[in-house]
Design a protein around this ligand. Structure first.
Ligand code: NAD
Length: 320
């Protein structure tokens, strides 16, 4: 990774990944792009930034050529809950954008990364300790896109020799940029509301287990996989990765250790609950551990402590 193009760079993952990669690889070597521009954003201010709609194949190829990139990190996508509300837009963006990015990677011989998701699994997938290789018949548009994307990336590797790599991310929890319309967003909102209001109303039902991971672990996983010895990778494009399998009550208990007066109730959203019910309770990350040494540093307690500290600092700075 010497000259890296990032799409969807102002989103939840991109806004932190770009800054971390600019630290490691040099600010000028990470070209951030997004369909929108936010002037007072660190990503826009700290290095090259271009407006790019990933459904515009020519614009993407022009930017990649002009910066002579050797790596593409493709993050632009519509997430699970939004994709269910706008399935045609999701197909066009998630599949069209991915195909355009893969074509640029093929033409310019770039290394390539794009995330898949636990949404690539469905109701007929084994729910507990979901294996790396298993049944994938998702019932959401997002899931259909993610399975297709995993297969498309495999195809570009086998057919054209593009060095494609990817992770099946669980719900990602972070404090820098709010999440963009996923089913696991409650696990971020709960921390914001715990600090701002002292109470949270969960749209996901009690007892609904899903995998989660703290953003620093997700960023490390991306970079570690991209730098991994390719000869060791058997599952290039869809490594299960996770740090914890948790339900809303686990977050309540963890937050109450720091804020004893914190309360939580439920107003379940049937659409997002149905998506959550179709996903695994816990996934098995053995392949990622064995093939490139994946290890998550943050469990629920450590993440909760860090999230609350960082959010308090953030709100204090905003008020100050
Ligand atoms: P996000 O919604 O926070 O950010 C997506 C970004 O893409 C936004 O900045 C948006 O402006 C941009 N975008 C939208 N349409 C675009 C277009 N046509 N052209 C260019 N940019 C466009 O998403 P994220 O959470 O950063 O997710 C990035 C990737 O990771 C996605 O593929 C997502 O499916 C995957 N993922 C995320 C999570 C999670 O919990 N955040 C979990 C699993 C997988």
């Amino acid at each position: 990774m010497k000259k890296i193009l990032v799409t969807g760079a102002l989103g939840q993952i991109g806004s932190e990944l770009v800054m971390k990669m600019r630290d490691s690889y040099g600010a000028d070597n990470v070209i951030a792009t997004d369909i929108r521009r936010i002037e007072d954003n660190k990503v826009v201010q700290s290095g090259p930034f271009e407006i790019l709609d990933v459904t515009d194949a020519k614009a993407m190829a022009d930017i990649a050529r002009s910066y002579q990139v050797d790596t593409i990190i493709h993050l632009a996508a519509l997430l699970s809950a939004t994709a269910e509300a706008k399935p045609l837009l999701a197909w066009n963006l998630n599949m069209g954008g991915l195909l355009n990015a893969l074509e640029v990677a093929r033409e310019l011989k770039c290394q390539f990364f794009t995330p898949s998701s636990i949404g690539a699994f469905g109701p007929s997938t084994p729910k507990e300790n979901t294996p790396q290789d298993t049944i994938q018949r998702p019932t959401t548009m997002y899931g259909v896109n993610k399975v297709s994307g995993e297969l498309l990336c495999d195809y570009y590797y086998h057919k054209f020799g593009v060095d494609t790599r990817g992770l099946r991310f669980p719900g990602l929890i972070s404090y820098v940029t709010p999440p963009g319309g996923g089913t696991t967003d409650y696990a971020v909102e709960i921390y914001y509301d715990a600090i701002k209001k002292g109470t949270y109303t969960s749209y996901i039902a009690q007892g609904t287990y899903m995998d989660m991971m703290y953003m620093p672990d997700a960023l490390n996983a991306i970079i570690q996989l991209m730098e991994a010895d390719p000869s060791k990778l058997k599952h290039r494009n869809a490594f299960n990765v996770t740090a914890m399998s948790v339900e809303p009550e686990d977050f309540r208990a963890a937050i109450q250790k720091h804020i004893p007066e914190f309360t939580m109730d439920y107003a379940v959203d049937p659409v997002r609950q149905a998506i959550a019910d179709s996903w695994p309770n816990s996934i098995d990350a053995t392949a990622a551990k064995e093939e490139w040494g994946f290890q998550a540093e943050f469990d629920l307690q450590k993440m909760t402590s860090d999230m609350l500290t960082k959010l308090r600092e953030k709100f204090f700075q905003q008020i100050g």
